[in-house]
Design a protein around this ligand. Sequence first.
Ligand code: IPD
Ligand code: CA
Ligand code: CA
Length: 259
Amino acid sequence: MDFQKRHALIKEWMREAASMILASFQEELTVEVKTHRNDLVTNMDKAIELFLIKKIQQSFPSERIMGEEGFGNQFQDLKGTVWILDPIDGTLNFVKQKRNFAIMLAVYHDGIGQMGYIYDVIEKELYWGMKDQGAFCNEEKLPVVEDVSLKEGLVAINSGMFATNRYHTTEMGLASSGVRMVGSAGIETVHVASGRLAAYLSYSLCPWDIAAGKVIAEEVGLVYKKLNGEAVDLLNNNGIIVATPKAYQEILTEYLLKK
Ligand code: IPD
Ligand code: CA
Ligand code: CA
């Protein structure tokens, strides 16, 4: 795989997509409800997905694309090179806060993450990782994370999961240094990768919520697993934990697997 060629293209596409989003702040958004009142899609989610799919198809016409808004291919397997795309992660934040959202794109080959990109548009921070080559924020290399314990670190937990003590996460949050919630799986994952959080947990993420963040997280020494400790499955929804190795072991054995 020609990483450098792809990297240059992806960076250019992400920046162009970000400009489209920023320009949209001057116009009225069209917001539709998907599965329930807090699951939204806007004209910009659709426009960014279509824009990125067009760019990928122009440069890599034989490769398949999995996109949240349904403009890509349907998948029964992950054979070959597959692009996984979330045009706006944190759409609810995008609509209500105009911040705390990200564009996410990943390249997988035969189910293995090769490249992951998460662009926090408002902060102008492009987090990216390449298999065995490390992870970066813009041009700065992210160090391997310090292996902090649960008690020593802040954690992000999906708000519904935390509020209902699902998987004992209220107890878990109280045992940490404190709970912080953003509402974008991508941004919460890069906070863990940057050492600002010891862990992030969510009970149900789609493949496009996971794909890019998993590449970045694993490049800085984090563990990225399903809530039962199994490997994540990018053909289905997953409850996930991304954490330092120490926090992961504690959270898994003392909370997630507890009856
Ligand atoms: C959502 C966000 C949110 C997570 C949801 C995701 P979307 O993505 O990442 O933090 O809790 O499960 O669906 O729909 O805004 O792309
Ligand atoms: Ca998402
Ligand atoms: Ca989305």
